[in-house]
Structures are given as structure tokens and as C-alpha cells.
Ligand binder design. Structure first.
Ligand SMILES: [Zn+2]
Length: 762
């Protein structure tokens, strides 16, 4: 069958389901999907009570308490916060405990950045306190500015400016005839994840790396700087992890997988996640004298930032001395794990998490999300007192050690991997949250369900539903008529795919637990990320100052958790998945076509002499290299699998709609085995062998990009094979993905038949 055929078939079903989700009037409500009429009525009552409970004043108080002092891993206040959170859960009637893990957590002992030629300048490497901001003066407890998991080193070398330090920037440098071999590179934050920058720098032979925040991206070019505005001041520094997790694995760099005793173990000396060269973050105050001392050609125009200097590339005459020395000790993590046992299906778990550790005070990151999580937990505690008992077990987790590299969630997820693969229904994550639109990402089996909940939560400022506001904003921001038409053709907002950068990673990428990340954003300018200024003062002046979006987040995720925990039939839906995989496949096919056309054109221009003719003889750049022609790849295995998946998804929808009209949803006995199959469905998207060159990542649809870090690569084996011009590998990955998805389609088909048989016999 063709694309067009399955699309027209999918739309009416989507429309029917959308109608089902909308209350049709007082007393005459269509049951919630996956619910019998009676259970749906009860559920709506409890959810209504729940959504009235989250309180902005309490959200504010939670944030004030948890961000009162610096609380990075290993500090007294990190442990104190965990114990305080534990106490709250217990007070609200949850069964809660702390799970500890010891992890490698280097902290800086010695940091030096100095210009030694042509003039001398010593970088401050300090963030000054701000009079108006009371917690900015907690100097003794603040973690110095550094990059965790940087190698130790003491190097002196000429400086080279490499823009964002991405793959394309090194190609540009090569055309300028500039090598970074033996140099220290200075890179600006942005475009790719920070850990990619030292990785590519060392791959190209650099001996050191400085990463700074340019005011064009993160400073006065955007808005007033703190404390007069939300943006980064001249001495503000972005700390962060540079663990090379995309090409190895996230979590403690010493453990490949804590749940597998036969998995490799490492030491600080040989862990693949630790950078090969020393790297430090610096402010634009410290960066300016270094950049101003560079000679060599002018930087290409789109490399220039907003500092009042001409941006040159180097190398030299600036010579820089860089020292990084850390204390390579272990520290203890405190994960708080709280539980409400399920009344009738205790072996099915709905899991929710947000980290509690920060780089410094971390009001925005992560306490804005943690405060919402705690309000959900308090509200559920209230419902328990009123007699609510969730059908399934609910697990709430306050993770430690997210900032250094998702340490707490990864350790816990791996240690409990087998149980999670057996019992977990889904994992819902949040992290920092602010004002604006509901940003929904996650596994596409959850797409339809999440849209349903989002239709029932009100945006606190516009009073639209958070789903409708998001959908309309997507139309407003679409770039092409085709994009707009696609959004208008679906009642559901498409979930964004998950890359990495927060605690969902182990659940989705390693364990195959359907996962989602939810937060509000887009209407707060932020320039204090991972600095001492991300604190209660900043958040209450420049972000969700009334905590109304914090309340909306608690209402949204709390409803999501309750509705999934109480459903008779798990409201998973595969049409969104089939649709997303079809779109990703098309993107990969288009990507190949573009590579073919670009290569053909470039090679032709080289032969015609276009580059010779347009090259300024006084400022010559090298022509790009001629590249081998791009072959055609056989996408048929994948195209066929996509059609099979769409067909099964459609069959599944019809089976559910028919079953919902009968009495199946009233029979827990009949539903139990079906729910077990649904729960395991995301695991059918894993391949035990993992992605090429990075076996920790087992999900074949979503992964963090090897050269983007947090940014997602969908159908990663295929897409990255094409991007890296590994044609054979790409074709192998198309075949592997094709058979995986064909098997998944058969699996969905079998669940659909099971539902039909069960509803026939009711
Ligand atoms: Zn965070």
C-alpha cells in the first residue's frame, strides 16, 4: 500500500478518537479512552479533585526551601534536600526511601587560564555576587566554574577560534587552511551539546579547549543582563558535564551498566566518557581579551559574536596557558524513591521523576520541575486521605546526580533494569520549567494519550487549553505550507522525539520503557543556566514569577500519571508511532537525495573551476574536496515495514474502538495479559546489539546524536550512517530496522487479535 492510502485511512479514526476525548456536555460524557463508562466517571471525579489541589504558594515555598543553598552532588545541602523530600513524601502517606550509589565525581583543585603572549592577562574564573541577589554571596559553598569529567592537564599553546566547534566548523577551518593540531581552541557555547566541543577538538588534534558564552547567544545581544534583566552578565559562567555519553554511555563513567555484573568496568584513567584534553568554561568577560589577541584571517561572518572586537580565527599570536586539575574522588548519590502501591494491579508501575541536584542553587534547573513533582505528590497524598486508591503502583523519584551525566537515574534504572522491563508502564520526566507552551516529547505510543490530557489543562495566562495553544503556535511557527497542512490535518500535536539531556535517557534508550518529557517554555529568556545566578531571586523576577505554569505542569503530569495508573486498558496507540516512523523514513530518504545532489553539484563546480574563479587571491581559501558519488540505497525493507506498521496500528485502533463499545473494559482478568503485552511494546523497538559503535543505546527509533549530543537523531543507525557517508553501514541499518519494524508490526497485530478475541468472548 502507498503512503497516501494509509494516511486517508488513519485520519477518520483520529477524528473519532478526538471526539471521544471531548466532554459532550453535562452528564453525557464519552468515557475516557481505555476506561469503562463507570470507571471513567469515577476517574474524572478524582482527576477534577486532583487538579484543584496544586497551589502556587506551595510551589514557591518548595523552590525557596530547595534552592536556599548550593546543592550539587556531595554537598551537605544535597543530602539535606533529599532527606527533606523523603520527609514530605512520608508525611503525605507515601512509602518512601533513599537509594544510594557511590559515583566518580571529580571536583576542581586547580584551574588556570592565562594569556601569556602577545600580552598578559589572567582569567578571573569567578562569578561575583550581586547585591540584590541574596544567595549569590554563598561563596564558600559554590562549586567553582568547571566542566566535570574534563581530563587533567597543563598545556601552553597558540589559540584558535573555532566558532561552535561543530563538524561543519572544522570543515570551514580546513578551507581557511587552519589546523588546530597542537593548539588550544576557544569555542562558543550553543548549536551542539557542550561535550561535543572538546571531543571534536581533540579528534582534530587540539591539546586544550575553552568554552565561553558569547553575548550574541547568551548575554546583552538578547536582553538586559542580570540583575537588570534575565541574561548572562559578563562574568557569568556555564558549568556543565562534558562526559562523552553520546558515543559511549551516560551515568557514572566507571560503569557501562550497573545492572549487568559482566558489563565492562572502568577506572578514571581509562573511562571512555572522560575527555582526552583539558577543558574549562569561561565567561565572555574572560574570553574577550583572549579573542581580541587573535590574529590570522577574519572569522567568517556567521562566526562573529557580539563582543566589540574584530573576530579573528588565529592561530596565535595569542598563546594561552591552561591548567585543569581535579580531585578524582567518589561521592554518594541520594535518590529518593516514593511509592503508592497499586490497589488491584500492584505489579504494573507508572514511574515519574525529576532531579533534585543542581550545579549551584539551581532554582530553575532543576527545582522548578522538582517543585511541581512535589505538588503532584502532595495532591495525590490528599486524594489518598479521601479514599482514592490507584489501580496500578505509582513511583515518584527525585533523582540525584543528573547534572554530571544522569548519574542517579541511570544507576537506578540499570540496577532495577529487569524489574522495570517487567513492570514499568511508562516513565514521565520533567526538569527545568518556565512560562509559555507545553513542550511534549516522548515515545509516540503515548502521543494520543498525552494530547488527550493536555486538552483538559488550562493555560494559566491565555485560558486556552495547553494542547490547543501548542497546536496553534506550531501552525504560527511553521516554515512551509506543507508543514502547516500537516499540523492542521492531525488533531494531535506530534510529540518531539527524545534525544538526551535529562533523566528519561536510561528508561527509553536502554530499557525500552515508553517515556515522555513534559515542561513549559518558550516565553522566558534565560541567561543564568548552570551559573550562581540561577536562583530563587532570578526565578521570582524573570521566569514563572507567579508559579502558575508550575501549577499547570503539576496538573498536567499528575493527571497523566493518574489516568495511566487507573486505566482499564492501557491507552497506548500505535498510529502516532507509525506516522512518526513514516515521517522519519521520508526524512532519511530526502537526506540521501540531498547528499547525492550536493555532491554532484560540488564535484561539477570543482571541475568547472567555480572555486578558483570566486576565490579572492589576496584572501584565498581552499576549495572543498572532491567526494565520491553518493550511491542509491535500497529503502524498500524500511518502506515495506512502515506500511505494515501503519496497517497494524490501524487494525489495533479498530479493535480498541470495537472493544470499548462492548464489555471488555469491565473485565480486569481479560485485560491483564493484554496490558502486559502493551507494556512490553516499546521494548520491541530495542535491538539487544545496540546502535553501531555504541551498544549501550538499544532503541532503534530514537537516540541522542553522536555529534549533536542532546539533540535527537531519529532512526539513528540509518540517519547517522548517511550523514557520515558510511553507505554500507546505512544500508545494513535500513535492513535491520526494516526487520525490527516488521516484527513490531506483527506484534501489534497479535495484540489487536487478542483484543478482538477477548471482546468476542465477553
Ligand atoms: Zn536539569
Amino acid at each position: 500500500m502507498t503512503n497516501r492510502w494509509s494516511r486517508t485511512l488513519l485520519l477518520p479514526a483520529a477524528a473519532i478518537l478526538a471526539v471521544c476525548l471531548t466532554p459532550t456536555g453535562a452528564g453525557e460524557e464519552t468515557p475516557l479512552e481505555g476506561y469503562s463508562a463507570a470507571n471513567s466517571r469515577t476517574e474524572r471525579e478524582w482527576e477534577g479533585k486532583f487538579r484543584a489541589l496544586p497551589d502556587s504558594k506551595i510551589l514557591r515555598a518548595n523552590m525557596e526551601r530547595l534552592s536556599a543553598r548550593p546543592h550539587n552532588v556531595g554537598t551537605a545541602y544535597d543530602k539535606d534536600n533529599a532527606e527533606w523530600i523523603l520527609g514530605r513524601f512520608k508525611e503525605w502517606g507515601w512509602d518512601a526511601h533513599i537509594e544510594n550509589f557511590d559515583v566518580l565525581y571529580p571536583t576542581p583543585k586547580r584551574r588556570v587560564v592565562e594569556l601569556i603572549a602577545p600580552s598578559r592577562f589572567a582569567a578571573k574564573l569567578e562569578e561575583p555576587d550581586v547585591a540584590a541577589d541574596p544567595t549569590s554571596s554563598q561563596k564558600k559553598e559554590q562549586l567553582p566554574t568547571y566542566h566535570i569529567y574534563s581530563a587533567d592537564g597543563d598545556v601552553t599553546a597558540p589559540l584558535v577560534y573555532v566558532n561552535y566547534g561543530g563538524v561543519e566548523d572544522y570543515e570551514e577551518l580546513e578551507r581557511l587552511g587552519i589546523s588546530v593540531k597542537g593548539a588550544i581552541v576557544i569555542v562558543r557555547y550553543g548549536r551542539n551539546w557542550r561535550g561535543i566541543k572538546p571531543k571534536l577538538a581533540s579528534d582534530h588534534g587540539a591539546v586544550g579547549c575553552l568554552i565561553y558564552s558569547d553575548p550574541r547567544d547568551d548575554g546583552y545581544f538578547q536582553d538586559n543582563v542580570f540583575p537588570n534583566g534575565p541574561m548572562r552578565p559578563a562574568d557569568g559562567v556555564q558549568r556543565g558535564s562534558v562526559e562523552d555519553f553520546p558515543s559511549s554511555f551516560p551515568g557514572d563513567p566507571l560503569y557501562f551498566d550497573r545492572g549487568d555484573p559482566s558489563a565492562p568496568r572502568y577506572t578514571a584513567a581509562n573511562a571512555p566518557g572522560i575527555t582526552k584534553i583539558p577543558v574549562l568554561p569561561i565567561s565572555y568577560g574572560d574570553a574577550q581579551p583572549l579573542l581580541a589577541a587573535l590574529g590570522g584571517p577574519m572569522a567568517p561572518s556567521d562566526w562573529r559574536g557580539a563582543l566589540p572586537i574584530p573576530y579573528h580565527v588565529g592561530p596565535g599570536p595569542a598563546q594561552v596557558h591552561l591548567v585543569v586539575q581535579s580531585d578524582w574522588g567518589l561521592k554518594t548519590l541520594y535518590n529518593v524513591i516514593a511509592r503508592i502501591p497499586g490497589a488491584s494491579e500492584p505489579d504494573e508501575w507508572v514511574v515519574r521523576g525529576n532531579h533534585h541536584d543542581a550545579w549551584v542553587n539551581g532554582a530553575d534547573d532543576p527545582i522548578s520541575g522538582q517543585s511541581a513533582l512535589l505538588e503532584e505528590a502532595r495532591a495525590m497524598g490528599e486524594l489518598l486521605k479521601q479514599g482514592w486508591r490507584p489501580k496500578r503502583t505509582i513511583l515518584y523519584c527525585a533523582w540525584d546526580g543528573e547534572e554530571p551525566g544522569l548519574l542517579g537515574s541511570t544507576a537506578w534504572g540499570e540496577a532495577h533494569g529487569k524489574e522495570l522491563q517487567q513492570h514499568a508502564v511508562a516513565y514521565f520526566n520533567s526538569d527545568n520549567t518556565s512560562r509559555g507552551l507545553l513542550l511534549m516529547s516522548g515515545s509516540h505510543v503515548l502521543e494520543h494519550f498525552l494530547n488527550g490530557v493536555a486538552r483538559e489543562v488550562e493555560d494559566p495566562e491565555t485560558k486556552l487549553s495547553v494542547q490547543e495553544r501548542r497546536r496553534l503556535s506550531l501552525i504560527g511557527n511553521a516554515h512551509t505550507p506543507a508543514e502547516r497542512a500537516e499540523i492542521r490535518s492531525r488533531s494531535d500535536v506530534r510529540l518531539q522525539a527524545l534525544g538526551s539531556g535529562s533523566d528519561y535517557t536510561v528508561f527509553i534508550d536502554r530499557l525500552g520503557v515508553a517515556s515522555s518529557d513534559l515542561r513549559f517554555g518558550g516565553e522566558t529568556q534565560g541567561g543564568v543556566y548552570h551559573s550562581i545566578y540561577d536562583d530563587f531571586y532570578w526565578y521570582t523576577h524573570f521566569s514563572d514569577t507567579e508559579f502558575v505554569y508550575g501549577r499547570a505542569l503539576a496538573q498536567t503530569i499528575g493527571t497523566v500519571v493518574m489516568r495511566l495508573a487507573d486505566a482499564d486498558l492501557l491507552p497506548f496507540d500505535f498510529a502516532g508511532l507509525a506516522d512518526a516512523v513514516r515521517a522519519y523514513t521520508k526524512e532519511c530518504e530526502d537526506l540521501l537525495k540531498k547528499e547525492q545532489e550536493d555532491t554532484r553539484e560540488r564535484n561539477l563546480e570543482l571541475r568547472e573551476g567555480v572555486f578558483r574563479a570566486t576565490n579572492d587571491p589576496r584572501r584565498p581559501v581552499r576549495p572543498p574536496k572532491e567526494q565520491e558519488a553518493v550511491p542509491y540505497l535500497n529503502f524498500a525493507p524500511l518502506d515495506n515495514a512502515v506500511d505494515a506498521l501503519a496497517h497494524s496500528a490501524e487494525h489495533y485502533r479498530r479493535a480498541v474502538i470495537r472493544a470499548s463499545a462492548g464489555s471488555l473494559l469491565g473485565s480486569a482478568e481479560a485485560l491483564r495479559p493484554i496490558n502486559a503485552e502493551l507494556r512490553a511494546s516499546e521494548q520491541h523497538l530495542l535491538d539487544a546489539a545496540g546502535l553501531p559503535h555504541r551498544p549501550w543505546y538499544r532503541h532503534m527509533i530514537y537516540a541522542p546524536g553522536l555529534y549533536t549530543g542532546y539533540g535527537v537523531k531519529t532512526l539513528p543507525g540509518v540517519r547517522e550512517g548517511i550523514e557520515q557517508r558510511q553507505w554500507q553501514e546505512a544500508e545494513g541499518e535500513i535492513a535491520r530496522l526494516g526487520s525490527l519494524l516488521t516484527a513490531d508490526a506483527a506484534y501489534i497485530e497479535s495484540i489487536a487479535r487478542q483484543i478482538e478475541q477477548a471482546s468476542g468472548s465477553q
